[in-house]
Design a protein around this ligand. Structure first.
Ligand code: AOF
Ligand code: ZN
Length: 384
């Protein structure tokens, strides 16, 4: 259990510096996973003397990066205040404990946005600092700090990916026109460029993206992160394909760069597995029941690969199945102004309408994308 002491009262400037630490952390999207995004700012007499953020590749935690930065600027650290977006760690992992490093550097005060949900830390970092006589304040900018590490916090507690369901819908809550009204092998765009850019950002934020073979056959999607922003590891593209119907000439297979994983059922043909593997695709067999792959096993498989955050860009079937099995943590629904009518494909099988579904969401936020003439609405909320 966490050892919780009363937090020291905040100072008037705390939010200002914590915002800077948060900005440093936010800039490390796709560069910190499977660790959390963390930022740190060192302040002495109202002057920023060091700053840093954690990059998984560089091993050093944010506090160490900031301490080294202050040392490189040949600034003495004793008596400074450290603003950290996450509780300094107390454990020996790939690096030594940051709490110890702050104590050794003789920092006078540490301001923390939120506790480390890692059971190996979980209050012990704070306790260590206090035992050394350091003044500790917790909870400055807590909500944005927690939002930034929501996938990490979920993964470290449940050992399963944080699942975000994204859907682009018509104004009447439909996913796509009926198949007879569509051109085959072509995506159907409902939302405008600004909303689609936001979807690219969602892909950039994720460790993996998942869809079903039905969507692949209907749309021939690429499912790539086209933001051009750096990422430590490629976005893993995951396809659920029980009978291994994936065409070798699909965009997915043609664009493979050790980033395509197909999960198939136990009856999939071994010659098809071999053909896909020869094309550079990774194929893994998982249990299936009545032609449906076990979604829980699929998520467990991804967890073993250190996938902390998974973005679902699926059709009606999988949206319905993931929701019915309570495997979705967050939903992001875009609504275009187009109407598709009653014969169009529903948002999720088994759910009468997304508007009804929205009523089960918590902490809802509403935004919009695009110019006034063509605005797409966006509803974000959390399940459970
Ligand atoms: C911090 N500052 O910047 C980060 C922390 O394997 P390691 O040594 O990198 O440790 C990873 C754990 O450290 C991670 O699960 C989380 O609890 C904490 N992350 N802690 O003090 C940081 N990134
Ligand atoms: Zn640390």
């Amino acid at each position: 259990a966490a050892i919780l002491f009363k937090s020291m009262p905040p100072h008037p400037q705390d939010e200002f510096y914590m915002q800077q630490a948060l900005a440093l952390a936010a800039a490390t999207t796709a560069l910190a996973s499977p660790n959390p995004q963390v930022g740190c700012v060192l302040v002495y007499n109202g002057e920023v003397i060091g700053e840093g953020a954690h990059l998984y590749e560089h091993r050093d935690h944010a506090e160490i990066v900031a301490l080294k930065d202050a040392a490189a600027r040949s600034h003495s650290i004793a008596g400074a205040t450290a603003y950290v977006t996450l509780e300094p760690c107390s454990h020996h992992g790939r690096t030594g404990p940051c709490a110890d490093a702050l104590i050794t550097a003789k920092v006078a005060r540490v301001v923390v946005a939120t506790h480390d949900p890692n059971p190996q830390v979980s209050g012990r970092g704070i306790a260590k600092l206090r035992a050394a006589g350091i003044d500790v304040t917790i909870g400055i900018c807590e909500q944005p700090a927690r939002d930034l590490i929501e996938a990490f916090a979920h993964f470290i507690r449940h050992r399963t990916p944080f699942v975000t369901l994204k859907a682009a819908l018509s104004v009447d809550g439909k996913l796509a026109p009926p198949p007879a009204h569509r051109f085959p092998n072509q995506p159907f765009w409902l939302t405008g460029p600004a909303a689609r850019e936001e979807v690219q950002q969602l892909r950039h934020d994720a460790d993996a993206i998942l869809t079903g073979i039905g969507t692949v056959l209907a749309d021939d999607p690429a499912l790539t992160d086209r933001t051009k922003l750096p990422r430590r590891r490629p976005l893993l593209r995951v396809i659920l394909d029980t009978h291994l119907r994936m065409p070798l000439n699909s965009q997915l297979v043609r664009g493979v760069e050790s980033d395509l994983l197909i999960l198939c059922g136990t009856t999939a043909s071994t010659t098809r597995i071999a053909a896909l593997e020869a094309a550079g695709v990774e194929v893994e067999t998982i249990p299936d029941h009545a032609g449906h792959l076990s979604l829980r096993v699929a998520l467990a498989t991804l967890a073993e690969r250190n996938i902390l955050s998974l973005l679902l860009e699926c059709g009606s079937h999988l949206n319905g199945a993931f929701l019915a099995q309570h495997l979705v943590d967050k939903a992001i629904l875009f609504y275009a102004e187009t109407e598709l009518g009653n014969s169009a494909i529903p948002f999720a099988q088994g759910i009468p309408s997304p508007f009804l579904f929205e009523q089960s969401l918590r902490r809802i936020t509403r935004t919009s994308f695009g110019p006034l003439e063509r605005q797409d609405a966006c509803v974000t909320g959390y399940l459970r």
